[in-house]
Design a binder for this molecule. Structure first.
Ligand SMILES: *Cc1c(COP(=O)(O)O)cnc(C)c1O
Length: 486
Protein backbone atom coordinates (compact mmCIF):
# COMPACT_ATOMS: atom_id res chain seq x y z
CA UNK A 1 0.00 0.00 0.00
CA UNK A 2 1.24 3.49 -0.74
CA UNK A 3 2.20 5.77 2.11
CA UNK A 4 -0.74 7.94 1.17
CA UNK A 5 -3.17 5.41 2.65
CA UNK A 6 -1.40 5.43 6.00
CA UNK A 7 -1.53 9.20 6.32
CA UNK A 8 -3.61 11.16 8.76
CA UNK A 9 -6.46 13.11 7.23
CA UNK A 10 -4.52 16.27 8.12
CA UNK A 11 -1.58 15.10 6.05
CA UNK A 12 -3.86 14.50 3.10
CA UNK A 13 -4.96 18.12 3.23
CA UNK A 14 -4.26 20.33 0.18
CA UNK A 15 -4.89 24.03 0.47
CA UNK A 16 -8.11 25.06 -1.25
CA UNK A 17 -9.48 21.52 -1.77
CA UNK A 18 -13.11 21.05 -0.72
CA UNK A 19 -15.54 18.20 -0.22
CA UNK A 20 -18.72 20.24 0.09
CA UNK A 21 -20.89 22.77 -1.69
CA UNK A 22 -22.91 25.14 0.43
CA UNK A 23 -26.16 26.70 -0.73
CA UNK A 24 -26.16 30.46 -1.15
CA UNK A 25 -26.73 32.14 2.18
CA UNK A 26 -30.01 34.03 2.50
CA UNK A 27 -28.23 36.52 4.80
CA UNK A 28 -26.57 39.36 2.92
CA UNK A 29 -23.76 40.28 5.22
CA UNK A 30 -23.32 40.20 8.93
CA UNK A 31 -20.30 41.39 10.79
CA UNK A 32 -19.70 39.37 13.95
CA UNK A 33 -18.62 41.33 16.97
CA UNK A 34 -14.83 41.03 17.33
CA UNK A 35 -15.07 39.58 20.81
CA UNK A 36 -16.77 36.48 19.35
CA UNK A 37 -14.12 35.94 16.71
CA UNK A 38 -11.23 33.53 17.18
CA UNK A 39 -7.71 34.82 16.77
CA UNK A 40 -6.60 32.14 14.30
CA UNK A 41 -8.41 30.11 11.68
CA UNK A 42 -9.17 26.52 12.80
CA UNK A 43 -6.67 24.01 11.43
CA UNK A 44 -9.07 21.82 9.49
CA UNK A 45 -8.04 19.41 6.78
CA UNK A 46 -8.94 20.52 3.27
CA UNK A 47 -9.90 17.38 1.41
CA UNK A 48 -12.27 16.16 -1.29
CA UNK A 49 -15.27 13.92 -0.66
CA UNK A 50 -13.34 10.90 -2.04
CA UNK A 51 -10.49 11.64 0.38
CA UNK A 52 -12.83 11.73 3.36
CA UNK A 53 -14.86 8.64 2.48
CA UNK A 54 -11.80 6.55 1.58
CA UNK A 55 -9.91 7.74 4.63
CA UNK A 56 -12.59 6.71 7.12
CA UNK A 57 -13.49 3.50 5.28
CA UNK A 58 -9.85 2.44 5.43
CA UNK A 59 -9.49 3.43 9.06
CA UNK A 60 -12.60 1.42 9.94
CA UNK A 61 -11.05 -1.69 8.39
CA UNK A 62 -7.94 -1.46 10.48
CA UNK A 63 -9.94 -2.95 13.32
CA UNK A 64 -11.88 -6.18 13.33
CA UNK A 65 -15.59 -5.63 13.89
CA UNK A 66 -18.77 -7.64 13.60
CA UNK A 67 -19.51 -5.85 10.32
CA UNK A 68 -16.28 -7.30 8.93
CA UNK A 69 -16.30 -10.87 10.12
CA UNK A 70 -17.20 -13.59 12.62
CA UNK A 71 -16.90 -12.51 16.25
CA UNK A 72 -17.23 -15.48 18.63
CA UNK A 73 -16.09 -13.62 21.74
CA UNK A 74 -17.54 -15.54 24.69
CA UNK A 75 -19.37 -13.87 27.60
CA UNK A 76 -19.65 -10.18 26.59
CA UNK A 77 -20.79 -11.31 23.15
CA UNK A 78 -22.10 -9.00 20.45
CA UNK A 79 -25.30 -10.62 19.26
CA UNK A 80 -27.71 -9.52 16.54
CA UNK A 81 -28.39 -5.81 16.10
CA UNK A 82 -30.77 -5.28 13.18
CA UNK A 83 -30.00 -1.96 11.49
CA UNK A 84 -33.71 -1.22 11.08
CA UNK A 85 -34.10 -0.91 14.85
CA UNK A 86 -31.44 1.76 14.92
CA UNK A 87 -33.38 3.59 12.26
CA UNK A 88 -36.59 3.30 14.28
CA UNK A 89 -34.96 4.69 17.41
CA UNK A 90 -33.35 7.52 15.42
CA UNK A 91 -36.71 8.74 14.13
CA UNK A 92 -37.08 12.46 14.74
CA UNK A 93 -40.29 11.91 16.69
CA UNK A 94 -38.04 10.33 19.33
CA UNK A 95 -34.85 12.31 18.97
CA UNK A 96 -36.58 15.69 19.30
CA UNK A 97 -38.30 14.87 22.61
CA UNK A 98 -37.24 16.80 25.66
CA UNK A 99 -37.22 15.17 29.12
CA UNK A 100 -38.96 18.16 30.67
CA UNK A 101 -41.93 18.05 28.27
CA UNK A 102 -45.32 17.62 30.00
CA UNK A 103 -46.19 13.90 30.26
CA UNK A 104 -49.31 14.33 28.10
CA UNK A 105 -47.04 15.18 25.16
CA UNK A 106 -44.75 12.14 25.53
CA UNK A 107 -47.33 9.40 26.00
CA UNK A 108 -45.93 7.35 23.09
CA UNK A 109 -42.45 7.00 24.45
CA UNK A 110 -43.75 6.35 27.99
CA UNK A 111 -45.92 3.59 26.55
CA UNK A 112 -42.82 2.03 24.97
CA UNK A 113 -40.99 2.26 28.31
CA UNK A 114 -43.92 0.73 30.17
CA UNK A 115 -44.51 -2.10 27.70
CA UNK A 116 -40.82 -2.95 27.52
CA UNK A 117 -40.84 -3.21 31.33
CA UNK A 118 -43.76 -5.60 31.13
CA UNK A 119 -42.21 -7.74 28.40
CA UNK A 120 -38.95 -8.05 30.31
CA UNK A 121 -40.98 -9.09 33.37
CA UNK A 122 -42.70 -11.77 31.37
CA UNK A 123 -39.43 -13.01 29.86
CA UNK A 124 -37.62 -13.18 33.19
CA UNK A 125 -40.42 -14.01 35.65
CA UNK A 126 -39.78 -10.97 37.82
CA UNK A 127 -42.46 -8.57 38.94
CA UNK A 128 -41.24 -5.12 37.88
CA UNK A 129 -38.39 -3.43 36.01
CA UNK A 130 -36.59 -0.13 36.06
CA UNK A 131 -35.05 0.66 32.68
CA UNK A 132 -33.04 3.54 34.12
CA UNK A 133 -29.56 1.98 34.57
CA UNK A 134 -27.09 2.71 31.77
CA UNK A 135 -25.15 -0.56 31.66
CA UNK A 136 -24.88 -4.08 33.02
CA UNK A 137 -22.43 -3.09 35.72
CA UNK A 138 -24.62 -0.09 36.56
CA UNK A 139 -27.56 -2.51 36.92
CA UNK A 140 -25.47 -4.66 39.24
CA UNK A 141 -24.68 -1.63 41.39
CA UNK A 142 -28.38 -0.71 41.49
CA UNK A 143 -29.33 -4.31 42.36
CA UNK A 144 -26.81 -4.39 45.18
CA UNK A 145 -28.07 -1.06 46.52
CA UNK A 146 -31.55 -2.61 46.54
CA UNK A 147 -30.21 -5.63 48.46
CA UNK A 148 -28.64 -3.27 50.97
CA UNK A 149 -31.80 -1.14 51.29
CA UNK A 150 -33.92 -4.28 51.74
CA UNK A 151 -31.86 -5.63 54.66
CA UNK A 152 -31.62 -2.21 56.27
CA UNK A 153 -35.36 -1.67 55.98
CA UNK A 154 -35.71 -4.78 58.14
CA UNK A 155 -33.24 -3.48 60.70
CA UNK A 156 -30.78 -6.20 59.67
CA UNK A 157 -27.53 -4.22 59.59
CA UNK A 158 -24.98 -6.99 59.87
CA UNK A 159 -25.31 -8.38 56.33
CA UNK A 160 -22.10 -7.19 54.71
CA UNK A 161 -21.13 -10.17 52.54
CA UNK A 162 -21.91 -10.95 48.92
CA UNK A 163 -21.08 -14.42 47.64
CA UNK A 164 -19.62 -14.62 44.12
CA UNK A 165 -18.44 -17.81 42.38
CA UNK A 166 -14.88 -17.81 41.05
CA UNK A 167 -16.19 -18.11 37.48
CA UNK A 168 -18.26 -14.90 37.69
CA UNK A 169 -17.92 -12.03 35.25
CA UNK A 170 -15.40 -9.54 36.62
CA UNK A 171 -18.02 -6.85 37.06
CA UNK A 172 -19.81 -8.95 39.75
CA UNK A 173 -17.13 -8.81 42.47
CA UNK A 174 -16.24 -5.25 41.37
CA UNK A 175 -19.84 -4.03 41.75
CA UNK A 176 -20.21 -5.77 45.12
CA UNK A 177 -17.05 -4.12 46.35
CA UNK A 178 -17.99 -0.67 44.99
CA UNK A 179 -21.38 -1.03 46.70
CA UNK A 180 -19.62 -1.47 50.03
CA UNK A 181 -19.91 -5.24 50.43
CA UNK A 182 -17.25 -7.75 51.33
CA UNK A 183 -16.83 -10.27 48.48
CA UNK A 184 -16.76 -13.93 49.47
CA UNK A 185 -15.61 -16.22 46.68
CA UNK A 186 -16.90 -19.78 46.31
CA UNK A 187 -15.06 -22.34 44.23
CA UNK A 188 -16.74 -24.04 41.29
CA UNK A 189 -16.95 -27.78 40.74
CA UNK A 190 -14.03 -28.88 38.58
CA UNK A 191 -16.24 -31.26 36.62
CA UNK A 192 -18.53 -28.60 35.13
CA UNK A 193 -17.89 -25.20 36.69
CA UNK A 194 -21.18 -25.20 38.64
CA UNK A 195 -21.45 -23.98 42.23
CA UNK A 196 -20.01 -26.36 44.80
CA UNK A 197 -22.89 -26.85 47.26
CA UNK A 198 -20.82 -27.97 50.30
CA UNK A 199 -18.55 -24.92 49.78
CA UNK A 200 -21.58 -22.69 49.53
CA UNK A 201 -23.07 -24.10 52.75
CA UNK A 202 -19.83 -23.35 54.51
CA UNK A 203 -19.92 -19.62 53.73
CA UNK A 204 -23.64 -19.10 54.36
CA UNK A 205 -24.28 -17.29 57.62
CA UNK A 206 -26.28 -14.39 59.03
CA UNK A 207 -23.83 -11.86 57.60
CA UNK A 208 -24.58 -12.85 54.00
CA UNK A 209 -26.59 -10.22 52.11
CA UNK A 210 -26.87 -12.23 48.94
CA UNK A 211 -25.28 -14.19 46.11
CA UNK A 212 -24.59 -13.16 42.51
CA UNK A 213 -24.95 -15.87 39.88
CA UNK A 214 -25.45 -16.32 36.20
CA UNK A 215 -27.23 -19.35 34.80
CA UNK A 216 -26.12 -20.83 32.45
CA UNK A 217 -22.80 -20.02 34.05
CA UNK A 218 -19.78 -18.46 32.40
CA UNK A 219 -18.70 -21.72 30.80
CA UNK A 220 -22.16 -22.30 29.35
CA UNK A 221 -23.33 -24.96 31.84
CA UNK A 222 -26.80 -24.88 33.31
CA UNK A 223 -26.75 -24.72 37.10
CA UNK A 224 -28.93 -27.76 37.66
CA UNK A 225 -28.96 -27.33 41.45
CA UNK A 226 -30.30 -23.80 41.21
CA UNK A 227 -33.47 -24.52 43.22
CA UNK A 228 -31.38 -26.04 45.99
CA UNK A 229 -28.99 -23.06 45.91
CA UNK A 230 -31.92 -20.67 46.04
CA UNK A 231 -33.46 -22.53 49.01
CA UNK A 232 -30.17 -22.49 50.93
CA UNK A 233 -29.48 -18.79 50.35
CA UNK A 234 -33.04 -17.77 51.24
CA UNK A 235 -32.97 -19.91 54.37
CA UNK A 236 -29.83 -18.07 55.42
CA UNK A 237 -31.71 -14.77 54.95
CA UNK A 238 -29.86 -13.71 51.77
CA UNK A 239 -31.17 -12.63 48.36
CA UNK A 240 -30.29 -14.02 44.93
CA UNK A 241 -28.99 -11.70 42.24
CA UNK A 242 -29.06 -12.87 38.62
CA UNK A 243 -26.55 -11.55 36.10
CA UNK A 244 -28.70 -11.60 32.95
CA UNK A 245 -26.27 -9.86 30.63
CA UNK A 246 -26.46 -12.73 28.15
CA UNK A 247 -30.03 -13.90 28.35
CA UNK A 248 -30.22 -15.42 24.87
CA UNK A 249 -30.05 -19.13 25.84
CA UNK A 250 -32.99 -18.75 28.24
CA UNK A 251 -35.42 -16.70 26.16
CA UNK A 252 -38.84 -18.34 26.16
CA UNK A 253 -37.39 -21.50 27.78
CA UNK A 254 -36.56 -20.74 31.42
CA UNK A 255 -36.89 -17.74 33.72
CA UNK A 256 -34.61 -16.48 36.50
CA UNK A 257 -37.72 -15.58 38.53
CA UNK A 258 -38.82 -19.23 38.49
CA UNK A 259 -35.35 -20.32 39.60
CA UNK A 260 -35.73 -18.28 42.80
CA UNK A 261 -33.83 -15.12 41.85
CA UNK A 262 -35.00 -11.91 43.54
CA UNK A 263 -33.19 -9.36 41.39
CA UNK A 264 -31.76 -9.39 37.89
CA UNK A 265 -30.22 -7.08 35.38
CA UNK A 266 -30.48 -7.61 31.64
CA UNK A 267 -28.14 -6.08 29.08
CA UNK A 268 -30.29 -4.63 26.31
CA UNK A 269 -26.97 -4.00 24.57
CA UNK A 270 -25.88 -7.61 23.86
CA UNK A 271 -29.16 -9.54 23.99
CA UNK A 272 -31.74 -7.05 22.71
CA UNK A 273 -30.50 -5.32 19.60
CA UNK A 274 -27.97 -2.69 20.60
CA UNK A 275 -24.31 -3.00 19.68
CA UNK A 276 -21.90 -2.55 22.55
CA UNK A 277 -18.27 -1.76 23.14
CA UNK A 278 -16.41 1.48 22.72
CA UNK A 279 -18.44 3.11 25.45
CA UNK A 280 -21.54 3.58 23.32
CA UNK A 281 -24.95 3.95 24.91
CA UNK A 282 -26.17 0.87 26.76
CA UNK A 283 -29.00 -0.08 29.05
CA UNK A 284 -29.03 -2.48 31.99
CA UNK A 285 -32.64 -2.76 33.22
CA UNK A 286 -33.07 -4.12 36.74
CA UNK A 287 -36.01 -6.36 37.61
CA UNK A 288 -37.19 -7.36 41.09
CA UNK A 289 -39.76 -9.49 42.86
CA UNK A 290 -43.01 -7.99 44.13
CA UNK A 291 -41.54 -7.59 47.61
CA UNK A 292 -38.63 -5.49 46.36
CA UNK A 293 -40.61 -3.19 44.04
CA UNK A 294 -40.68 -0.22 46.47
CA UNK A 295 -36.87 -0.13 46.42
CA UNK A 296 -36.55 0.37 42.65
CA UNK A 297 -34.79 3.57 41.55
CA UNK A 298 -36.70 6.74 40.69
CA UNK A 299 -38.27 7.99 38.52
CA UNK A 300 -40.80 5.24 37.76
CA UNK A 301 -43.22 5.07 34.84
CA UNK A 302 -46.73 4.12 35.92
CA UNK A 303 -50.01 3.67 34.10
CA UNK A 304 -53.12 5.31 35.57
CA UNK A 305 -56.18 4.56 33.48
CA UNK A 306 -55.18 5.45 29.95
CA UNK A 307 -52.46 7.86 30.99
CA UNK A 308 -48.77 7.09 31.54
CA UNK A 309 -47.24 9.02 34.41
CA UNK A 310 -43.74 9.57 35.78
CA UNK A 311 -43.48 9.23 39.56
CA UNK A 312 -40.69 10.77 41.62
CA UNK A 313 -38.90 9.11 44.50
CA UNK A 314 -41.04 6.88 46.70
CA UNK A 315 -40.35 6.52 50.43
CA UNK A 316 -38.23 3.38 50.15
CA UNK A 317 -36.74 3.89 46.68
CA UNK A 318 -32.95 3.88 46.49
CA UNK A 319 -33.30 7.20 44.63
CA UNK A 320 -32.27 8.51 41.26
CA UNK A 321 -29.37 6.69 39.60
CA UNK A 322 -29.46 8.17 36.10
CA UNK A 323 -30.63 11.30 34.39
CA UNK A 324 -34.35 10.97 33.72
CA UNK A 325 -35.40 7.52 32.47
CA UNK A 326 -32.06 6.18 31.23
CA UNK A 327 -31.04 5.60 27.61
CA UNK A 328 -34.44 5.63 26.01
CA UNK A 329 -33.00 5.16 22.50
CA UNK A 330 -31.68 1.76 23.54
CA UNK A 331 -35.05 0.88 25.07
CA UNK A 332 -36.78 1.73 21.77
CA UNK A 333 -34.46 -0.64 19.89
CA UNK A 334 -35.18 -3.41 22.39
CA UNK A 335 -38.91 -2.78 22.09
CA UNK A 336 -38.71 -3.04 18.29
CA UNK A 337 -36.71 -6.27 18.60
CA UNK A 338 -39.15 -7.79 21.10
CA UNK A 339 -42.16 -6.95 18.94
CA UNK A 340 -40.49 -8.17 15.75
CA UNK A 341 -39.65 -11.54 17.25
CA UNK A 342 -42.68 -12.08 19.46
CA UNK A 343 -43.03 -14.87 21.96
CA UNK A 344 -42.57 -17.74 19.53
CA UNK A 345 -39.34 -16.54 17.95
CA UNK A 346 -37.86 -15.88 21.41
CA UNK A 347 -37.64 -19.65 21.80
CA UNK A 348 -35.91 -19.95 18.43
CA UNK A 349 -33.24 -17.48 19.57
CA UNK A 350 -32.55 -19.61 22.63
CA UNK A 351 -32.49 -22.87 20.70
CA UNK A 352 -30.27 -21.57 17.89
CA UNK A 353 -27.76 -20.07 20.32
CA UNK A 354 -27.52 -23.48 21.99
CA UNK A 355 -27.43 -25.50 18.77
CA UNK A 356 -24.72 -23.32 17.22
CA UNK A 357 -22.49 -23.56 20.29
CA UNK A 358 -22.83 -27.34 20.48
CA UNK A 359 -22.22 -27.71 16.73
CA UNK A 360 -18.91 -25.84 16.92
CA UNK A 361 -17.89 -27.53 20.18
CA UNK A 362 -18.44 -31.04 18.85
CA UNK A 363 -16.72 -30.31 15.54
CA UNK A 364 -13.53 -29.19 17.30
CA UNK A 365 -13.29 -31.31 20.42
CA UNK A 366 -11.10 -33.98 18.81
CA UNK A 367 -8.38 -31.34 18.36
CA UNK A 368 -9.01 -28.82 21.16
CA UNK A 369 -9.13 -29.85 24.79
CA UNK A 370 -12.70 -29.74 26.10
CA UNK A 371 -12.52 -29.70 29.90
CA UNK A 372 -16.29 -30.07 30.33
CA UNK A 373 -17.57 -32.51 27.74
CA UNK A 374 -21.30 -31.99 28.21
CA UNK A 375 -24.13 -30.37 26.31
CA UNK A 376 -23.60 -26.63 26.73
CA UNK A 377 -25.95 -23.70 26.36
CA UNK A 378 -24.92 -20.62 24.34
CA UNK A 379 -21.18 -20.88 24.94
CA UNK A 380 -18.41 -23.26 25.96
CA UNK A 381 -14.70 -23.28 26.78
CA UNK A 382 -11.68 -25.08 25.41
CA UNK A 383 -8.50 -25.41 27.43
CA UNK A 384 -5.90 -25.03 24.67
CA UNK A 385 -4.95 -27.82 22.26
CA UNK A 386 -5.75 -31.41 23.09
CA UNK A 387 -2.22 -32.53 22.28
CA UNK A 388 -0.41 -30.97 25.22
CA UNK A 389 3.02 -31.86 23.82
CA UNK A 390 2.61 -29.07 21.25
CA UNK A 391 4.41 -25.97 22.44
CA UNK A 392 1.74 -23.44 21.53
CA UNK A 393 -0.42 -21.34 23.82
CA UNK A 394 -3.98 -20.10 23.56
CA UNK A 395 -2.65 -16.59 22.93
CA UNK A 396 -0.80 -17.84 19.81
CA UNK A 397 -3.96 -19.50 18.51
CA UNK A 398 -5.97 -16.33 19.13
CA UNK A 399 -3.43 -14.17 17.30
CA UNK A 400 -3.27 -16.54 14.33
CA UNK A 401 -7.08 -16.47 13.93
CA UNK A 402 -6.81 -12.77 13.10
CA UNK A 403 -5.05 -13.74 9.86
CA UNK A 404 -8.20 -15.64 8.92
CA UNK A 405 -10.28 -12.49 9.47
CA UNK A 406 -11.86 -14.02 12.55
CA UNK A 407 -12.02 -12.29 15.90
CA UNK A 408 -10.53 -14.62 18.52
CA UNK A 409 -12.67 -16.10 21.28
CA UNK A 410 -12.30 -14.67 24.80
CA UNK A 411 -8.99 -15.94 26.17
CA UNK A 412 -7.76 -16.71 29.70
CA UNK A 413 -11.20 -16.09 31.22
CA UNK A 414 -12.71 -17.52 33.33
CA UNK A 415 -9.69 -18.48 35.38
CA UNK A 416 -10.90 -22.04 35.93
CA UNK A 417 -8.49 -23.47 33.35
CA UNK A 418 -4.95 -22.64 32.30
CA UNK A 419 -5.41 -22.07 28.58
CA UNK A 420 -9.05 -21.00 28.46
CA UNK A 421 -10.62 -20.11 25.13
CA UNK A 422 -14.25 -19.19 25.49
CA UNK A 423 -16.45 -19.40 22.40
CA UNK A 424 -19.94 -18.04 21.77
CA UNK A 425 -20.97 -18.29 18.12
CA UNK A 426 -24.38 -16.62 18.83
CA UNK A 427 -27.79 -17.50 17.41
CA UNK A 428 -27.67 -15.57 14.17
CA UNK A 429 -24.65 -17.01 12.35
CA UNK A 430 -25.20 -19.29 9.38
CA UNK A 431 -23.96 -22.87 9.19
CA UNK A 432 -21.54 -21.73 6.45
CA UNK A 433 -19.97 -19.13 8.77
CA UNK A 434 -19.68 -21.68 11.55
CA UNK A 435 -18.07 -24.14 9.12
CA UNK A 436 -15.57 -21.50 8.02
CA UNK A 437 -14.66 -20.91 11.67
CA UNK A 438 -14.30 -24.64 12.30
CA UNK A 439 -12.07 -24.89 9.21
CA UNK A 440 -9.87 -22.05 10.40
CA UNK A 441 -9.57 -23.55 13.88
CA UNK A 442 -8.57 -26.93 12.38
CA UNK A 443 -6.00 -25.28 10.08
CA UNK A 444 -4.50 -23.39 13.00
CA UNK A 445 -4.27 -26.59 15.03
CA UNK A 446 -2.53 -28.31 12.12
CA UNK A 447 -0.03 -25.47 11.80
CA UNK A 448 0.59 -25.65 15.54
CA UNK A 449 1.63 -29.26 15.14
CA UNK A 450 3.65 -28.90 11.95
CA UNK A 451 5.26 -25.49 12.35
CA UNK A 452 4.50 -23.80 15.68
CA UNK A 453 6.68 -20.81 14.74
CA UNK A 454 3.93 -19.70 12.36
CA UNK A 455 1.60 -19.24 15.32
CA UNK A 456 4.17 -17.70 17.60
CA UNK A 457 4.84 -14.85 15.18
CA UNK A 458 1.22 -14.29 14.18
CA UNK A 459 -0.61 -12.15 13.22
CA UNK A 460 0.86 -11.25 9.82
CA UNK A 461 -1.99 -9.47 8.07
CA UNK A 462 -3.05 -6.90 10.67
CA UNK A 463 -1.97 -3.22 10.65
CA UNK A 464 -0.06 -3.84 13.89
CA UNK A 465 1.79 -7.12 14.44
CA UNK A 466 1.97 -8.82 17.82
CA UNK A 467 2.17 -6.36 20.69
CA UNK A 468 4.11 -6.69 23.87
CA UNK A 469 0.92 -6.90 25.92
CA UNK A 470 2.43 -5.80 29.22
CA UNK A 471 4.10 -2.76 27.64
CA UNK A 472 0.98 -1.96 25.63
CA UNK A 473 -1.02 -1.82 28.84
CA UNK A 474 1.59 -0.01 30.94
CA UNK A 475 3.03 2.38 28.39
CA UNK A 476 0.51 2.67 25.59
CA UNK A 477 1.84 4.49 22.54
CA UNK A 478 -1.27 5.85 20.98
CA UNK A 479 0.13 9.09 19.61
CA UNK A 480 0.71 8.97 15.87
CA UNK A 481 4.01 10.83 16.26
CA UNK A 482 5.33 8.19 18.70
CA UNK A 483 4.51 5.47 16.19
CA UNK A 484 6.32 7.29 13.39
CA UNK A 485 9.45 7.47 15.50
CA UNK A 486 9.57 3.71 15.94
C1 LIG B 1 -21.19 -7.69 29.74
C2 LIG B 1 -21.43 -8.37 31.00
C3 LIG B 1 -21.60 -7.62 32.18
C4 LIG B 1 -21.40 -6.11 32.27
O1 LIG B 1 -22.16 -5.36 31.39
P1 LIG B 1 -21.68 -3.88 30.98
O2 LIG B 1 -22.83 -3.29 30.25
O3 LIG B 1 -20.46 -4.06 30.13
O4 LIG B 1 -21.37 -3.13 32.23
C5 LIG B 1 -21.89 -8.31 33.32
N1 LIG B 1 -21.98 -9.65 33.32
C6 LIG B 1 -21.80 -10.40 32.21
C7 LIG B 1 -21.93 -11.88 32.28
C8 LIG B 1 -21.52 -9.78 31.01
O5 LIG B 1 -21.33 -10.52 29.91
Amino acid sequence: MSVYYGQLIFEKSQEGRKGYTLPKSPIKHYELNDKYKRADCPQLPEVSEFDVVRHYTNVSFKNHGIEKGFYPLGSCTMKYNPKINLEVSSHENFTTLHPYQPVETVQGVLKIYHETQKMLSEISGLSKYSLNPFAGAHGEHVGLMIIKAYHESRGDHKRKKIIVPDSAHGTNPASASVSGFEVVEVKSNESDGTVNIPDLKEVLDDEVAGIMLTNPNTIGMFEKDILEISRLVHEAGGLLYYDGANLNPLLGIARPGDMGFDITHINLHKTFSTPHGGGGPGSGPVGVTKELEPFLPAPVVRKAGDLYLIDGKGKRSIGQISHFLGNIGVVIKAYAYLLTNGKERMKEIAKMSTLNANYVKDALKSVYKLPVDKVCKHEFVFDGLKDESIDVRTLDIAKRLLDFDIHPPTVYFPLLFKETMMVEPTENESKQTLDAFIDAMLKVAKEAKEDPEILKNAPYSTPVRRLDEAQAARKPRVKYKDLLEE
